[in-house]
Design a protein around this ligand. Structure first.
Ligand code: NAD
Length: 256
């Protein structure tokens, strides 16, 4: 379905980004990876699916590095047909205690980076009259939770950016949509499980149950594989006229 297309997925060395990169690779897309940590393992996992794999280590808080990454993707693959804005970080603290540098980093990585990648990817997508921009937002793009001011502000912001990008591309073959997961058991969430286990003296399993029980009626984590399949659906022909949605996959979190 996506042979001869190239997908750039930010923050794809781990968790949801890696799950989406693999789902798109299974559909035949070449993949430009980005992110930190075990880069080689991520490259091996995606390459094993039989597609071409590139990597750029741009820090999503640095606009000049984002520009280099977009230029490198175009140089290596011709152009970026599918852009998945996924890189994200979390910090949990009350507003009055929130470290200012953490606020700035979350807004830069979780929101502003998507503005830069989008503005740089759009000209070639519009010229080709085909493109997919998928923003990994969160249920926190739709509702709030205490102690997550920067994250909730950034995620509501990226849902807004999604709508405006969808409107500006509405008469073209380029679509822009957001995915809003509930809890997904990635390193980002395991840190919150660990904090709960330590604070309440719980086992890892009981801390996970408590986390789910607070918000997610299904009592199940969504998986990176499930989110990857949703991204692949947005990239299919059936997604041609899905524009500007914030599509939750959250076990009923926002139905309450
Ligand atoms: P994760 O920690 O497993 O992965 C984050 C990825 O982003 C990694 O590849 C990391 O290297 C990369 N990254 C972090 N800072 C970066 C930077 N400055 N520049 C470039 N790359 C950077 O986290 P995850 O849970 O897979 O989160 C991915 C996205 O999904 C985030 O936007 C997050 O907000 C969102 N999300 C996660 C959940 C969840 O429950 N895990 C729920 C809703 C939304």
């Amino acid at each position: 379905m996506l042979a001869n297309k190239t997908a750039l997925v930010t923050g794809s060395t781990s968790g949801i980004g890696l799950g989406i990169a693999k789902a798109l690779a299974r559909q035949g897309a070449n993949i430009m990876l980005n992110g930190f940590g075990d880069v080689e393992a991520a490259q091996r996992e995606v390459a094993a699916l039989g597609v071409k794999v590139g990597y750029h280590g741009a820090d999503m808080s640095q606009p000049a590095e984002i520009e280099s990454m977009m230029a490198a993707a175009a140089a290596q693959f011709g152009q970026v047909d599918i852009l998945v804005n996924n890189a994200g970080i979390q910090h949990v603290a009350k507003v009055q205690d929130f470290p200012v540098e953490r606020w700035d980093a979350i807004i830069a990585i979780n929101l502003t980076s998507a503005f830069h990648t989008t503005r740089l990817a759009l000209p070639a997508m519009l010229k080709a009259n085909w493109g997919r921009i998928i923003n990994v937002a969160s249920v926190h793009g739709l509702v709030g939770s205490a102690e997550k001011s920067a994250y909730v502000a950034a995620k509501h912001g990226i849902v807004g950016l999604t709508k405006v990008t969808a409107l500006e591309t509405a008469t073209s073959g380029v679509t822009c949509n957001a995915i809003c997961p509930g809890w997904v058991l990635t390193p980002l969430v395991q840190k919150q499980v660990d904090a709960k286990a330590a604070a309440l003296g719980l086992s890892n399993e009981d801390a996970k149950k408590q986390l789910l029980g607070e918000k997610e009626p299904s009592m199940q984590f969504t998986t990176p594989e499930e989110l990857g399949e949703l991204a692949a659906f947005f990239c299919s022909a059936a997604g041609n006229n899905i524009r500007g949605v914030a599509w939750n996959m959250d076990g009923g979190w926002t139905a309450q």
